[in-house]
Design a protein around this ligand. Structure first.
Ligand SMILES: Cc1ncc(COP(=O)(O)O)c(C=O)c1O
Length: 435
């Protein structure tokens, strides 16, 4: 019986695949040269037009519907997964829009369509990790080009820039970007890019995106923003003038800690084409299964972000009052140094916070190992709460000097607040502090 049902299901899947592929044949245009009456979304190797115009829909509606209406075989409400490495040619030089999954895959393209819409770009390329998304953007530059980045960016990005891409010939300056004058001063005739990560990881410092964009545009410099911490629900850098947005989709966009992935969203044709070319040429793309998981996660992005924020605000307020806590880093607190900027450039304060405990590294370790609800783990943005020690975990790839320069010490703990009830989150962290 089980075997028969599996055979029937495989048959249904295969028919679904053929019919959906036929839909794609009508929607996808290899070469990107034909024009369609519907709005063209992408402009690179495989150009997708959206069968429905979503441009007038609100953000939450687009989370649920963009990249989803893909199956006219059985009218499935959910985008099918196309687990195929290759696609049959109809004749020499004639495909139905896809030839090989490294170069393009309908499930991945559906996710790319969704993320391009949510960030307000013309195109998106999704990749196998957040780091590979950043890697793709570095190929917009050539040896000798100079890039300015924050001194307190994610440790893995710091390592990517200061080792592999420095060896490759790019030059980097890591500056305190909280003051835009530091950015202006770091510019040289070779400066081609300013890399913005805001809020920063793990200390939640903000960079004034519009101010940095103004400086960059006055000198013809490209801006790239890592929008992982806020997600497009709370912050949309392209709307503030940034040229390219990257994400670790591992975090809030997927939201369930069951996949790693990345995305590059572009708003200019030249960048879209180059990133599309590089993702294919370097083999950086994500699998159809992983793309499907992220596409599923994105549907609940809005409600999840609201819940993350509600919990983070409650936990931050508790920590602020706690006698065993030295300092709390959360942009939603009125005394955060960038609270006003946060209100201006973001639509919320997010679910990430850090704090310094009284009693140094030993106490920090005790708190981490005594919590019951918060898993001691790296990463962030999942529905479950996590706690970690940037000094020895997420930011261990930075030098000690770089960590201290960025303000990270061994008494700092970072929390990714999940969507559990705030009362439980508060009670557990309190017992861990007081243990
Ligand atoms: C802000 C930020 N950007 C990029 C990355 C890298 O993403 P991934 O781990 O998916 O490669 C991370 C990972 O923690 C991150 O926090």
């Amino acid at each position: 019986m089980g075997h028969l049902s599996a055979v029937v299901q495989s048959g249904i899947l295969y028919v679904s695949f053929l019919r959906a592929r036929e839909l794609y044949r009508r929607l996808a245009c290899p070469g990107g040269v034909r024009t369609y009456p519907a709005r063209r979304l992408a402009c690179t190797e495989i150009s997708i037009v959206m069968s429905t115009d979503h441009s007038q829909q609100k953000f939450e509606t687009r989370c649920v519907h963009v990249g989803v209406d893909k199956d006219d075989t059985f009218n499935s409400c959910i985008t099918p997964i196309y687990p195929t490495s290759t696609f049959r040619f109809e004749a020499l030089g004639k495909t139905k829009g896809y030839d090989y999954t490294r170069s393009g895959n309908p499930t991945r393209r559906a996710l790319e369509e969704s993320l391009a819409s949510l960030e307000g770009g013309i195109d998106c390329r999704t990749t196998c990790t957040g780091m590979s998304a950043s890697t793709a953007t570095m190929h917009l530059f050539k040896p000798g080009d100079h890039i300015i980045a924050g001194h307190d960016i994610y440790g893995g990005t710091f390592r990517l820039f200061s080792v592999p891409f420095t060896e490759f010939g790019l030059k980097f300056s890591f500056v305190n970007m909280q003051d835009v004058e530091n950015v202006r001063r770091a510019i040289t005739p070779q400066t081609k890019c300013i890399w913005i990560e805001t809020p920063s990881n793990p200390l939640l410092n903000l960079v004034d995106i519009e101010a940095v964009v103004k400086v960059a545009q006055s000198k013809g410099i490209l801006t790239i923003a890592d929008n992982t911490f806020m997600s497009p629900y709370f912050q949309r850098p392209l709307e503030l003038g940034v040229d390219v947005v990257v994400h670790s989709t591992t975090k809030y966009l997927n939201g369930h800690s069951d996949v790693v992935g990345g995305a590059v969203i572009t708003k200019k044709k030249e960048h879209a084409e180059r990133v599309g070319y590089i993702v294919n040429a370097l083999g950086l793309a994500n699998s159809p299964f992983d793309a499907w998981l992220v596409l599923r996660g994105v549907k609940t992005l809005g409600p999840r972000m609201e819940a993350h924020q509600r919990g983070a605000m409650a936990v931050a307020q508790m920590l602020k009052q706690h006698p065993l806590v030295e300092k709390v880093y959360y942009p939603g607190l009125p005394d955060h140094p960038h609270h006003e900027l946060a209100k201006r450039q973001m639509k919320g304060f997010g679910g990430m916070l850090s704090f310094d405990v009284k009693g140094g590294g030993a106490k920090a370790e005790k708190v981490m190992t005594t919590t019951k609800l918060y898993a001691m783990a790296e990463s962030l943005g999942g529905v479950e709460s996590l706690i970690e020690h940037p000094e020895t975990m997420s930011h261990a790839s930075m030098t000690l000097e770089a960590r201290r320069g960025a303000g990270i010490t061994d008494k700092t703990l970072r929390v990714s607040v999940g969507i559990e009830h705030p009362d439980d989150l508060i009670a557990d962290l309190k017992q861990a502090l007081e243990a």
